[in-house]
Write a protein that binds this ligand. Structure first.
Ligand code: A3P
Length: 318
């Protein structure tokens, strides 16, 4: 490390050490509450660094989500929309790369250097909540697309993914415990309701800047919502494209069935600096709406639904 970067790290460590802490989300050890959201310390350094120095390209699309809400899917769909005239069915990079390798994360690959990416690809992803987003993005003309998902499915997806990646074992972090933490909002980038509400409210206030998409809507009517996304992004489908079924082709290309069956997503690995190596297949588990039914009793599901109902009440979000 250079002196400068270790000074910067020390500065962040000092900020972080004074924040509220909680060690209830076991796979990640201690989490810190910064600006109302919970973070693992190493990632929090990156978040603060991104807040201070991240600079988007003027035409970037910022893809936002809470972890396990469909981030990789959103990356695949939006990339396919924008690049549809540059790539065809055989040259689409999605056939050879994990969506996360095509679109980097602001608080991971780009935290120290905004340009550490292929600048021809106008996408940056982030799990940073709206209220903590770098000012450079809010002040820019960059458009934001947010994907939300049924919190019950997010919980199950998150719990299983974190146990796998951390290697702590199911018995060390039973679902009951995960549910309890989730209901308190204590897990990386939680609370979920505040994450969703930040973007939801922004989408109502600034509809030209922020588009709010639901995972379940994409599942039930992909072509309609892909068309809506394309229009919002300034890449609308022409009448001919619609007649040729281009929205449907994009939906099929990016479907869970297609992406999860590709060699790269079955056997590839995702390596990032300072993070554990993750098998690409971990990002493609079930890909369904409602898999929570296989894990949560009705009573537990209702508890979670009730919390969300209270938190979302009056927002217009159901
Ligand atoms: P499950 O664990 O419920 O299967 P993220 O990309 O934000 O990490 O979210 C991961 C979740 O999205 C996982 O949910 C994963 O299976 C699902 N997913 C990944 N690719 C998908 C796709 N193309 N279509 C639908 N769901 C997808």
């Amino acid at each position: 490390k250079t002196n400068e970067s270790s000074n910067t790290n020390n500065k962040y460590e000092e900020i972080i050490s004074n924040l509220p802490q909680d060690n209830g989300w076991k796979p990640f050890g201690k989490l810190y509450n910064y600006q109302g959201f919970w973070y693992a310390p190493s990632l929090l350094q990156n978040v603060i660094s991104a807040q201070q120095s991240f600079t988007p390209q003027p035409k970037d699309f910022i893809l936002c989500s809470s972890p396990k809400s469909g981030t990789a899917w959103l990356k695949a769909l939006t990339f396919s929309i924008v690049s549809r005239n540059q790539v065809d069915d055989s040259t689409n990079p999605l056939l050879k790369k994990l969506p996360h390798e095509i679109v980097p994360f602001m608080e991971i690959e780009l935290a120290q250097n905004s340009s550490n990416r292929n600048l021809d690809i106008p996408f940056v992803a982030t799990h940073i909540p709206y209220t903590s987003m770098p000012k450079s993005i809010i002040d820019s003309d960059c458009k934001i697309i947010y994907i939300s998902r049924d919190p019950k499915d997010v919980l199950i997806s998150h719990w299983i993914f974190d146990i796998k990646v951390s290697g702590i074992g199911l018995e060390s972090f039973p679902l009951e415990e995960a549910l309890e933490q989730y209901c308190k909002g204590v897990y990386p980038f939680g609370p979920y309701w505040d994450h969703v509400l930040g973007f939801w409210k922004a989408s109502l206030e600034f509809p030209e800047k922020v588009l709010f998409v639901k995972y379940e809507d994409l599942k039930t009517d992909g072509p309609f919502h892909v068309t809506r996304m394309a229009k919002f992004m300034g890449h609308p489908f022409s009448v001919e494209e619609k007649q040729q079924g281009v929205p449907e082709k994009i939906v099929n290309m990016c479907s869970f069935e297609n992406l999860s069956s590709l060699e790269v997503n079955k056997n590839g690995k995702y390596n990032l600096p300072d993070l554990p190596t993750v098998e690409n297949k971990s990002f493609f588990r079930k890909g369904k709406a409602g898999d929570w039914k296989n894990h949560l009793t009705n009573e537990k599901a209702e508890k979670l639904d009730q919390i969300m109902k209270e938190k979302f009440s009056g927002s217009g979000l159901v």
